[in-house]
Design a protein around this ligand. Structure first.
Ligand SMILES: [Zn+2]
Length: 348
């Protein structure tokens, strides 16, 4: 009669292998969250990282707050690949060079299951030449800026952010704000029109709704009808790899970023595009940077709370500048309003 192969494992040593190392070797992507790590849970259908990995003195385990399961290094390895206790130990000892005592022949080495990555949607990017054909300073925002700053400064900033001009229906000189990602791909183009009348109370403020050229061009047949555009790209993201050491200023609207870049050019200005876009996924390109966050007056509390959950991502400092500078009557007040107060438009 043949004896089944059997090995003795030093489970104390196995369970002392750092659990983050085991998870990584199994193919998990880890995200830091304060003093712990997060990854997708193998005990349940997990789309977000719900499994917390604890790796402290006297603690080397995982726990899922969504399904309540978790355990040791061996438990994680068993659950991940659907292995028996023996298979998990065999693989761990081999992978982390822990000696074993064999009896009755050799236990075969199992191969771990591959971690399935969530499918990424396939986005359509706007061809560079379609943007290149629009780049100019003839738009309504640059016209306003030319009354407050020197033309050379406006041209230089507009050139960095590749601002453009677009005429659509009955409105001429829409300002084109391209969302270009860190790899130089044009994710979408937002167009917005501004009041160019210097005596107007709404001078340099938008006087029509914004539009996205991606969906407009898809409707017109200039891009694929079923095109899907990436909406989570920071305005100014393409400048981050170009200026890796520069301090970043993070604001809400692209217009604020342009005003900021003109008035405070020592910082690299980027914008989320809207209040709700302050998300980890959107801010990922700011990883490891020094970032001054300047929320609009009506978003200070919400942004402060959100940034508090992302302290691991970058060195964020939040400024209540818009609260301190706002006239008491101004519910909405942003950094562009402040800069505009300092630079009364020249009435010619
Ligand atoms: Zn779970």
């Amino acid at each position: 009669m043949m004896n089944t192969p059997y090995e003795h494992y030093d489970t104390r040593r196995i369970n002392a292998i750092p659990i983050t190392g085991v998870a990584q070797r199994l193919g998990y992507e880890l995200k830091r969250a304060g003093s712990v790590w997060k990854t997708r849970c193998p005990w349940h259908e997990d789309r977000h990282p719900s499994l917390t990995l604890y790796e402290r003195t006297n603690e080397n385990r995982c726990h899922c707050f969504a399904c309540g399961k978790g355990g040791s290094v061996i438990d994680l390895t068993m659950q991940h690949s659907g292995w028996t206790f023996q298979e998990a130990c065999r693989w761990l000892c081999n992978e982390f060079c822990i000696p074993t005592t064999q009896e009755h022949g050799h236990v075969p080495l199992p191969v771990p299951k591959r971690v399935e990555k969530p499918a990424e949607p396939t986005y359509t990017y706007i061809p560079q030449e379609m943007l290149a054909g629009l780049v100019s300073v003839d738009n309504s925002l640059c016209q306003c800026l030319m009354r407050m700053f020197t033309p050379a400064a406006v041209e230089s900033v507009a050139g960095e952010y590749l601002l453009g001009t677009y005429n659509y229906r009955d409105i001429d000189e829409y300002t084109v704000f391209p969302n270009i990602d860190a790899r130089g791909r044009v994710c979408n183009l937002k167009i917005q029109h501004y009041d160019t009348e210097p005596s107007s109370l709404r001078f340099a403020h938008s006087d029509a709704g914004c539009l996205w050229l991606g969906s407009l061009w898809a409707k017109e047949g200039r891009l694929a009808k079923d095109a899907e555009f990436r909406s989570d790209c920071l305005f100014g993201e393409h400048l981050l790899p170009r200026y890796p050491m520069q301090k970043v200023a993070l604001v809400e609207s692209p217009k604020n970023a342009i005003f900021g870049a003109l008035a405070f050019p020592r910082m690299l200005w980027v914008a989320t595009g809207n209040k709700g876009a302050l998300k980890r996924r959107v801010l990922q390109p700011l990883q490891g940077r020094d970032v001054l966050v300047i929320p609009d007056r009506d978003a200070i509390q919400a942004w402060t709370e959100t940034i508090a959950t992302m302290r691991d991502l970058a060195n964020f400092v939040i400024s209540d500048f818009c609260e301190r500078q706002a006239p008491s009557c101004a519910e909405k007040f942003d950094i562009a309003d402040y800069i505009q107060q300092l630079r009364q438009p020249m009435p010619f």
